[in-house]
Design a protein around this ligand. Structure first.
Ligand code: T3D
Length: 262
């Protein structure tokens, strides 16, 4: 049985754990396919109202497993474009388009695609000892898994370019200061804090969160007029949900809302 991606369920949360700790959870083709399959399943499962992604051991993820990329002299090099097209790009699209919140708990180093997969989460918490490395330039590559999309937008071009070219590690504190992640917490409490956050999101207005994701992600390339139109359309749909009705009723009755995700 393949156990490189562990799945647990609690409180409406599907927790997925990258599980190859002795190789810093670096990603093989099988692992990426297993992760894609699990994300596809949880996206469709109405009992899952939030997703949490983390790593086992001392790392979150060291990116592509480079043992699978070593080429003997004279051999054909691997087609990295195909690897991205078939496995990494679908993964990033699935996270960004997942119609429910994705919490990423970065428990240690996140390097190469591992860093950019973390940044594809909606809310990223990192343990104080975690670090982020755009390791690609060290092996002659450019940031992938959405890195060249998300980094300039989060950081501006000068910092994005510096990280991509220099491949220097960014500490968790610096990542939070620079706006790459939501927050830093103590290593000891990362798991509990991330699980509690994911559980609280899973008890929230799921359809509203999906609309927030759609609007926020679209804003990165839309004009103001396009964005205003999109907000109008999404708000029309949100205004017809049971959760909106419940949220308003709870406010008026001065009680906590009980959201069902519908
Ligand atoms: O190829 C495609 O399909 C295209 C897509 C590409 C996406 C990418 O992600 S390309 C970038 C690949 N990742 C890297 O270049 C990062 C390589 N790793 C590192 O730079 C360092 O390991 C870290 C900065 C992540 C951590 O450093 P450190 O000193 O804490 O640990 P370490 O000693 O280097 O690694 C511990 C073990 O994990 C070691 O194995 P060993 O010697 O104990 O048996 C090391 O070889 C292994 N490991 C770490 N990263 C990878 C890896 N094994 C395979 N692939 C890795 N990426």
């Amino acid at each position: 049985m393949d156990d490189t991606i562990l799945e647990e369920r609690h409180d409406g949360v599907a927790k997925l754990t990258l599980n190859r700790p002795n190789k810093l959870n670096s990603l093989t083709a099988d692992m990426l396919e297993a992760l894609n399959a699990k994300l596809r399943k949880v996206a469709e499962d109405e009992d899952v109202r939030a997703v949490m992604l983390t790593g086992a051991g001392r790392a979150f993820c060291a990116g592509q497993d480079l043992n699978d990329r070593s080429v003997a002299p004279g051999d054909e090099p691997p087609d990295l474009g195909e690897s991205l097209e078939r496995r990494y790009n679908p993964l990033v699209r699935r996270m960004r388009r997942m119609p429910k919140p994705v919490v990423v708990a970065v428990n240690g180093v996140a390097a190469g695609a591992g860093a950019n997969i973390a940044f594809a989460g909606d809310i990223v918490l990192a343990g104080r000892s975690a670090k982020f490395v755009q390791a690609f330039s060290k092996i002659g590559l450019l940031p992938d898994s959405g890195g060249t999309y998300s980094l300039p937008r989060s950081l501006g071009l000068p910092r994005a370019m510096g990280l991509a070219m220099l491949g220097e590690a960014v500490t968790a504190e610096q990542a939070a200061d620079w706006g790459l992640i939501w927050a830093v917490v103590d290593d000891d409490t990362l798991h509990a804090d991330s699980s509690a956050l994911a559980a609280s999101l899973a008890a929230g207005p799921t359809a509203g969160y999906a609309a927030i994701k759609t609007a926020m992600n679209a804003s990165l390339h839309n004009t103001l007029d396009e964005q205003l139109d999109l907000e109008r359309d999404l708000q029309r749909t949100a205004g017809r949900t049971a959760d909106y009705r419940e949220g308003v009723a709870a406010f008026i009755e001065k009680r906590p809302a009980t959201f069902t995700g519908r």
